[in-house]
Design a protein around this ligand. Structure first.
Ligand code: AMP
Ligand code: MG
Length: 424
């Protein structure tokens, strides 16, 4: 850890007004700073691979078999022996070889077996010619186009070799990993247990959806976005709903759940307003280890601990709370879940189709739309970039990631873009 990051420095907290705040930590430093407090959960469970989607492997996987475990045909066609030179042009077909049902016939020079994709290569055969490249008549084929020796044969172990390290501990299990594990014959797998995360919103003005909204009130969208983001990474959740701006109630809520969960996440009340109690309460019952980073949206963000439980206090503004979750909290939760090599989605360079407005002083995660025009991929901001404009998150399919020192980018300039969704 670099020496310039100290808690003392972080604790001095002027307001959030100026673009540049000497006490707000830079994004990459903040990620590293918080990560030093995060250890992967150490309990593991054994589960059927059918239930393992989104879980994290807690063991290295070595292959018990060769995959494939026999030489087999990659095509529907004819298998025969082809010498290095003088390929045969006409062959006698002596039978039909299906996948899973072998005739156990050997092939002699001059002979061929009709063979289906996945069927075992018989003794004496070394090449498969696809059915489309032969003329087949009266139990004879004439080969219209010569194949290379060994063509269209999938060799034993060509995908995975017996004994090979095939998946490493800490790997997120996606459909491909489930496929790979099943191709090795595994029916069960050892994974890290789910993390338990409790969360609630704070704010006297915040109201549960389903109620009539009075002037001065706002529906609780953060509770729903946080729940959805937690579910999408596979956390086990406990939702404490809405707690008013009341120090005693906030303290009671935190203490009521702290011993039962790995993480508590709250939204609102972490800034410098007169009703922003989260840091004060956390200081009282635990420790504040971080607050404030130089990103936009989302400068106020508290991290701390209540005994062994991690605490993240997200800003109340709906976009700021989502951006802070994705960019700061999610990478930490991934490590806690056991995915210790987690890397955020990559940054791609894309040309902007509009001017992107920015002042130097904070790293920005603007909401953007990546779109195609005349066969070229371009990006543009979604419009109003205020931290309360939740529609900007919904319209966006990417973040436009702008460096702390960057100024506005002219139309046609190149910016870094990070996709929000993709294949799992
Ligand atoms: P705070 O961080 O508590 O000062 O709140 C900042 C802004 O976000 C205020 O305008 C709040 O009304 C709004 N806000 C706080 N919590 C929520 C929530 N759970 N859902 C929607 N908006 C919220
Ligand atoms: Mg508030």
């Amino acid at each position: 850890m670099e020496e310039k990051i100290t808690l003392k420095k972080l604790a001095k907290d002027p307001g959030c007004l100026t673009e540049y705040d000497p006490n707000a930590m830079e994004y990459q430093d903040a990620l590293k700073w918080i990560k030093q407090f995060i250890e992967p959960v150490n309990q593991t469970i054994t589960i059927p691979i059918r239930d393992s989607l989104g879980k994290i492997l807690s063991e290295d996987i070595y292959s018990p078999i060769d995959v494939p475990n026999y030489d087999n045909s990659a095509m529907d066609g004819f298998v025969f022996y082809q010498p290095e030179e003088n390929s045969p042009t006409s062959l006698d077909v002596i039978g039909l070889e299906f996948a899973g049902k072998s005739l156990n016939k050997n092939i002699l020079p001059g002979q061929a077996l009709q063979i289906m994709t996945g069927a075992r290569i018989p003794k004496g055969g070394n090449t498969v010619v696809p059915i489309e490249l032969v003329t087949f008549e009266d139990n004879k084929i004439s080969i219209n186009k010569t194949s290379k020796v060994g063509a269209n044969i999938r060799k034993i172990g060509e995908d995975v070799k017996k004994g090979e390290l095939i998946l490493k501990k800490g790997k997120l299990i996606r459909p491909s990993e489930i496929g790979l594990l099943s191709s090795l014959g595994h029916s069960k797998v050892n994974v890290y247990r789910q993390i338990r995360v409790a969360f609630f919103s704070t704010g006297d003005e915040v109201v549960e959806v389903g109620n009539i909204l009075k002037v001065g009130q706002v529906y609780d969208s953060n509770n729903h976005t946080i729940e959805a983001m937690l579910k999408s990474i596979g956390a086990d959740i406990i939702n404490l709903r809405i707690i008013p701006d009341d120090k005693k109630k906030i303290k009671e809520s935190l203490l009521s759940i702290a011993d039962d969960v790995d993480v508590i996440i709250t939204s609102g009340g972490v800034s410098v307003g007169a009703a922003d109690y989260m840091k004060e309460v956390l200081n009282d019952i635990g420790e504040v280890l971080f607050w404030k980073l130089s990103i936009k949206p989302g400068r106020p963000l508290a991290y701390g601990k209540i005994n062994q439980t991690h605490y993240f206090g997200l800003p109340g503004n709906p976009v700021a709370s989502m951006v802070s979750f994705y960019q700061i909290v999610q990478p930490q939760l991934k490590v806690l879940m056991g995915e210790f090599n987690y890397q955020p989605p990559p940054l791609l360079e894309v040309k902007t189709s509009e001017t992107i407005f920015k002042k130097p002083g904070r790293m920005e995660f603007q909401r953007g739309v990546l779109f195609q025009r005349n066969n070229e991929w371009l990006v543009k901001p979604t419009g109003h970039q205020g931290s309360a404009i939740l529609s900007s998150m919904s319209q966006a399919n990417c973040f436009i990631v702008l460096g702390i020192h960057e100024n506005s980018i002219d139309c046609g300039g190149i910016v870094n873009v990070q996709l929000m969704e993709g294949f799992i």
